[in-house]
Design a protein around this ligand. Structure first.
Ligand SMILES: *[C@@H]1O[C@H](CO)[C@@H](O)[C@H](O)[C@H]1NC(C)=O
Ligand SMILES: *[C@@H]1O[C@H](CO)[C@@H](O)[C@H](O)[C@H]1NC(C)=O
Length: 461
C-alpha cells in the first residue's frame, strides 16, 4: 500500500518549453534533450486533467480505428498534446524545430514554409506565427521527393511506382513528385509534401532524410517525430539499434525541466538495472498496416493492492484480426484500456479503497473514474498498481503515476481511461495503450537489436 498526504500532491503541468536544443554525441550514441510539451498554459489544473482525459480518449479511438480507414495514406497520426518534445536540426544551414516524440507513429514531419496554416493550434498565444516552421527556401539541401524514389513508397500505400506515378513520362525521365500526404488524426489533420533533407545531429549529418513538409494542419501545434517501427521512422532512418528515454514528471512548477532521448547506434553496452520483457511480434493483418508500427509488449497480469485483477485472456494477446494486446505509446497521455480490462481494474480500486466516498459529479466532468473525495482525510492509503510482463518483469507504478488531484478540489482520480460509457466497446486494435503519464520517472528502453523492452524506475532529473 502506498500513502501520501493530499497537500503535498499537486499537479502542475509545465508551460510549453522550447528550450535551446542540447544535442551531444559520443562515438556510438547521440543524446537529445527531451521536454514536456503543453499547449494550453492558461488552463487550470482541473481543466487540464479533463482535457488530457479527452485527448487520450481521442487518441485511443484513433489508434484503435485508424487501421480500417481508407482515407489516411500513412498509418497513424496522433493528436498529441500532453506529450514530450525533442528538437532536431534540419537543413543547411541547420534550422532547429521542436517535434512531439511519438513511439506510436513512424513518420517525421514539421510545420513548413512561411505560408504554414494551422487552425485551432493554440500555442500560448493563439496565432500560428508562434509555431516554429521549417523554411525549405533557406536550405541549400532541401529537395522535393520524386515519385519514383523508393522512399515515396514508404509513405504511400501504393508501393508500386507504376501505379503511384502515372504522370511519369518514362522510368528514366520522371518529373512527377511524390504525391502529397494527408494525415487524419482524432479531431484534426495535417498535410504537405515529402522532402529529402539533411538531418544535422551535432557531429553527424544524415543526408536525404525523408521528412514531411506540412503546409496545413488542424489542431496539431508541432511537428511529430515518429519513433515507431517502419522504414520512415527516426530510429529506422538513422540505423538506431536501441533508444531510451526518461520522462520527467508531468507535475512540477518550473518550466525548464527536461531529460534525454538517447539514440544508441550499436547497442553493445548493457544498461544497468533494467527489467526486460520481449517485444512481441506485430500482428500481420491485411488492410491494417498501422499495427506494424507499434511496439507490442506482453502485459500478462495487473495487480491492484497485490490482488490479481481478472482480465479475459483475449485482451492480452492480439488475435488473427489484430485485435487485443498491449502497446507502449509515448504520444498517449493517460493509459487506455478496453472496457473489459478497465472495469475489473476500476472495481478492484473501488473495493479496496474503503471509507472514502466516490465523487460521481467529478467523474462525469473529467471522464476519469474512480474519483474519491479525500477532504475528510489527512492521509489516505491507496492500493499499489502493478503491471506484470511476460518473462517476469514487474512495473510497480509510483502513486503519482496513477492518481492525480483533480483541480483545486480535494478529489483524486485514477488517471487511466476507457471508452465513454455509451455505445459498444471498441473492440478493434490494441486493448491496452500504455501512456506517458504512467511512465513518468521511468527510464524506458527499446532494444531493437535484441527485440526487448526494458524499464527501471528512477528520477528523470
Ligand atoms: C476549430 O475548433 C472548433 C471548436 O472545437 C470547431 O468547431 C472548428 O470546426 C475547428 N476548426 C477547424 C478548421 O478545425
Ligand atoms: C467533498 O466532501 C466535502 C465534505 O464532505 C464536501 O463539502 C465537498 O463538497 C465534497 N467535494 C466534492 C467535489 O464533491
Amino acid at each position: 500500500m502506498a500513502s501520501f498526504s493530499s497537500s503535498s500532491f499537486a499537479l502542475l503541468l509545465s508551460l510549453l518549453s522550447l528550450l535551446f536544443p542540447f544535442i551531444s554525441s559520443s562515438a556510438s550514441t547521440t543524446t537529445i534533450q527531451l521536454s514536456l510539451f503543453n499547449t494550453n498554459p492558461s488552463q487550470d489544473l482541473y481543466e487540464k486533467l479533463t482535457h488530457l482525459a479527452s485527448i487520450s480518449l481521442a487518441r485511443a479511438n484513433y489508434i484503435k480505428k485508424s487501421q480500417d480507414s481508407s482515407v489516411s495514406t500513412t498509418p497513424l497520426y496522433p493528436h498529441s498534446y500532453g506529450g514530450y518534445s525533442i528538437t532536431l536540426a534540419f537543413g543547411t544551414p541547420p534550422q532547429k524545430i521542436p517535434f512531439i516524440m511519438d513511439t506510436g507513429s513512424n513518420f517525421v514531419w514539421f510545420p513548413c514554409t512561411t505560408k504554414y496554416l494551422c487552425s485551432n493550434c493554440s500555442v500560448s498565444s493563439s496565432s500560428s506565427q508562434s509555431i516554429p516552421t521549417f523554411i525549405p527556401k533557406s536550405s541549400s539541401t532541401a529537395r522535393v521527393l520524386g515519385c519514383l524514389n523508393p522512399k515515396c513508397g514508404w509513405i504511400h500505400s501504393k508501393s508500386n511506382p507504376k501505379s503511384r506515378c502515372q504522370d511519369c513520362q518514362s522510368p528514366t525521365n520522371c518529373k512527377q513528385i511524390c504525391p502529397p500526404y494527408i494525415i487524419l488524426y482524432g479531431s484534426g489533420s495535417t498535410g504537405g509534401l515529402a522532402l529529402v533533407e539533411t538531418l544535422d545531429m551535432s557531429n553527424k549529418k544524415i543526408p536525404n532524410f525523408l521528412v514531411g513538409c506540412s503546409m496545413f494542419s488542424s489542431q496539431q501545434p508541432a511537428g511529430i517525430a515518429g519513433l515507431g517501427r517502419g522504414l520512415a521512422s527516426l530510429p529506422s532512418q538513422l540505423g538506431v539499434k536501441k533508444f531510451s528515454y526518461c520522462l520527467v514528471s508531468h507535475r512540477f512548477d518550473d518550466t525548464g525541466k527536461s531529460s534525454n532521448l538517447v539514440l544508441d547506434f550499436t547497442a553493445t553496452e548493457k544498461s544497468a538495472g533494467l527489467s526486460y520483457t520481449p517485444l512481441q511480434k506485430n500482428p500481420v493483418v491485411a488492410g491494417k498496416n498501422a499495427l506494424s508500427v507499434y511496439y507490442y509488449v506482453g502485459l500478462r497480469k495487473i495487480t491492484v493492492g497485490g490482488q490479481k485483477v481478472k482480465i479475459p485472456y483475449k485482451y492480452l494477446t492480439p488475435d488473427s484480426n489484430g485485435n487485443g494486446g498491449s502497446i507502449v505509446d509515448s504520444g498517449t497521455t493517460f493509459t487506455y484500456m478496453n472496457r473489459g480490462v478497465f472495469e475489473p481494474v476500476l472495481n478492484a480500486f473501488v473495493k479496496q479503497v474503503k471509507g472514502i466516498p466516490r465523487t460521481e459529479s467529478i467523474e462525469k466532468i473529467t471522464g476519469l473514474r474512480p474519483c474519491f473525495n479525500i477532504s475528510r482525510h489527512k492521509t489516505v492509503s491507496l492500493p499499489e498498481l502493478k503491471f506484470h510482463y511476460k518473462g517476469g518483469a514487474e512495473m510497480a507504478l509510483p502513486l503519482a503515476n496513477y492518481f492525480s488531484i483533480a483541480g483545486e478540489t480535494d478529489v483524486i482520480c485514477l488517471t487511466m481511461i476507457t471508452d465513454s460509457a455509451s455505445g459498444p466497446e471498441l473492440s478493434t486494435g490494441p486493448s491496452i495503450i500504455l501512456g506517458n503519464f504512467q511512465m513518468q520517472n521511468f527510464l524506458v528502453e527499446f532494444d531493437l537489436r535484441n527485440e526487448k523492452f526494458g524499464f527501471r524506475q528512477q528520477m528523470c532529473k
